[in-house]
Ligand binder design. Structure first.
Ligand code: 5GP
Ligand code: ZN
Length: 120
C-alpha cells in the first residue's frame, strides 16, 4: 500500500498487521473500535493513507474529509448510538501534542451511548 508508514500503529491496523475490531472499511476509510473505550460506543475513523494529523490536511483532502463526516452518523447509528436528539454522539479529533494526540495517524473518535461515560 502506498502512503503506508511502517512505524505507525494505525497503518498497521489498516493493513491488518495488528488485529482490531473492524466497524467499516472502504477504499479510503477504515473504522475500528477503540481498545480503551470511554463510552458505550467508541470507535475510531481513519483515512487508510497515512496522514499524521489534521494539521497536514490540504485542499486535496476535501473529498476524503467530507466522506468521513458523512460516514460518521451512519456508523454511529450502526454501532448502537441512540437517535438524535435524546441520543447522539460526540466526535473528537485530537491534533498534536497540545491537542492531546497520542497516535500520529489522523483519527476521529466517535463516542456515544447512555451516560455516564468513563471520560468527558
Ligand atoms: P489519541 O489520544 O491519539 O486521540 O487517541 C488514540 C486512541 O487510540 C486512544 O483512545 C487509544 O485507546 C486508541 N488505541 C491505542 N492503541 C490502540 C490499539 O492498538 N488498538 C485500538 N483499537 N485502539 C488503540
Ligand atoms: Zn499511519
Amino acid at each position: 500500500m502506498s502512503h503506508h508508514d511502517p512505524n505507525c500503529l494505525f497503518c498497521k491496523i489498516v493493513a491488518g498487521q495488528i488485529p482490531s475490531r473492524k466497524v467499516y472499511e472502504d477504499d479510503d476509510v477504515f473504522a475500528f473500535h477503540d481498545i480503551h473505550p470511554w463510552a458505550p460506543v467508541h470507535f475510531l475513523m481513519v483515512p487508510k493513507r497515512h496522514i499524521a494529523s489534521m494539521a497536514q490536511i490540504g485542499e486535496a483532502d476535501q473529498a476524503l474529509m467530507g466522506r468521513m463526516m458523512v460516514l460518521a452518523p451512519r456508523l454511529a447509528q450502526q454501532e448502537g448510538c441512540n437517535p438524535y436528539p435524546e441520543g447522539g454522539f460526540r466526535m473528537v479529533c485530537n491534533t498534536g501534542t497540545e491537542g492531546g494526540q497520542e497516535v500520529h495517524h489522523l483519527h476521529w473518535h466517535v463516542m456515544g451511548g447512555p451516560r455516564p461515560w468513563l471520560r468527558g
